[in-house]
Write a protein that binds this ligand. Structure first.
Ligand code: APR
Length: 323
């Protein structure tokens, strides 16, 4: 109760733009926690707004999903990978240009006051804006992995499949399976030959004949999935490692363009010391958590205003070279 009262007192105190400016002016280790709202001005829909991806999937209704979030559910993906691969090209990072928010985060890094950007986005626009201290909490299309043998490949290798709306199967698995099948075949041939010479009565050997051809059970090689974190998958351990380290150094948390609906990223607010002030910049208010300062409106406009008040110049849009 004392903690809530202390936070209430601070809320009363820190509820103005001026306080936000003062905090930004004096902070040296800022964590920026960002979500889809910082990319909407780039033409990438967010997820939960009325015009977001989930509303679009619901309205379109052509993917036979019980719930739009199933599109990013690992169990559903394993059952029907063709559904995700018929859709993935719509969210595959292409010629998008970083927003003023991305450039603002880059500016914080250039000023030496960005501790880390924890982004939930998979569009890699932070990297494109030149941010190096960025943690892709929900992964990205940069790499992809085989669900069966875990082989990791560069994301570009499955781009043709995504564009052609086809399922990429794992070449490593396929080679390994073919090699193992070849060995089994050769062993069988050898056994047949030796049985032909001496009537062997190794009943137990006969079982090998009826055993499965290979550990694949004759199935297909593994399916390759982009390394974006689906519902039902754990985040990469790097998230916990970074947060464990950063929580000791952070002196300001700025949350931009996220509904804070998805754990564990949404729990960052409770994993950092209560003494660290929190600024929430978003189009819509949030009710399940109480940041110290809420600046409601268009994120690009708000960060541009803050920078101008602080005399900080947000870098202009650089000539973006897509990898
Ligand atoms: N300026 C400020 N806020 C904006 C803007 C904008 N221009 N555009 C949208 N927003 C706000 C919306 O009002 C919304 O509250 O951004 C928020 C985006 O919330 P979500 O759509 O829920 O996206 P996000 O919070 O990033 O989702 C988190 O959910 O589905 C999973 O893995 C997916 O990473 C995603 C995670």
């Amino acid at each position: 109760l004392s903690r809530i009262l202390r936070r209430r007192e601070r809320l009363a105190h820190l509820s103005s733009l001026q306080d936000a400016l003062n905090l930004l002016r004096k902070s040296k280790n800022i964590i920026v926690l960002s979500g889809a709202g910082i990319s909407t001005s780039c033409g990438i829909p967010d997820f939960r707004s009325s015009t977001g991806l989930y509303a679009q999937l619901q309205d379109e209704g052509r993917y036979e999903l019980d719930d739009p979030q199933q599109m990013f559910d690992i169990r559903y993906f394993k059952e029907k990978p063709e559904v995700f691969y018929s859709f993935a090209k719509q969210i595959y990072p292409s010629n998008f240009v970083p927003s003023p928010c991305h450039r603002w985060i880059k500016m914080l890094e250039d000023k030496g006051v960005l501790l880390r950007n924890y982004t939930q986005n998979i569009d890699t626009l932070e990297s494109l804006a030149g941010v190096t201290k960025v943690l892709q909490c929900h992964g990205s299309f940069k790499t992809a992995s085989c669900l069966r043998c875990k082989t990791r490949v560069p994301g570009q290798t499955i781009e043709p499949y995504i564009m052609a709306q086809k399922i990429p199967f794992c070449g490593t698995c396929r080679q390994q399976r073919d090699a193992e099948l070849e060995i089994k075949r050769a062993q069988k041939q050898a056994k047949k030959k030796s049985k032909g010479k001496a009537k062997a009565s190794w009943d137990d050997e006969d079982e090998d004949e009826t055993g499965e051809e290979d550990e694949w059970g004759g199935g297909e090689p593994g399916i390759i999935k982009p390394d974006i974190t689906f519902f039902g998958q754990a985040l990469d351990s790097e998230f916990d490692e970074c947060l464990f380290k950063d929580r000791e150094e952070v002196d300001l948390l700025v949350i931009i363009g996220t509904s804070l609906k998805v754990a564990p990223v949404s729990e960052v607010l409770t994993h950092i010391p209560h003494s660290v002030p929190q600024i929430y910049i978003n189009l819509t208010p949030v009710h399940h958590v109480q940041p110290d300062i809420c600046l409601l409106g268009d994120a690009d406009s708000i960060v541009t205003y803050l920078s101008s008040e602080l005399g900080w110049s947000v870098p202009p849009p650089a000539a973006v070279v897509h990898p």
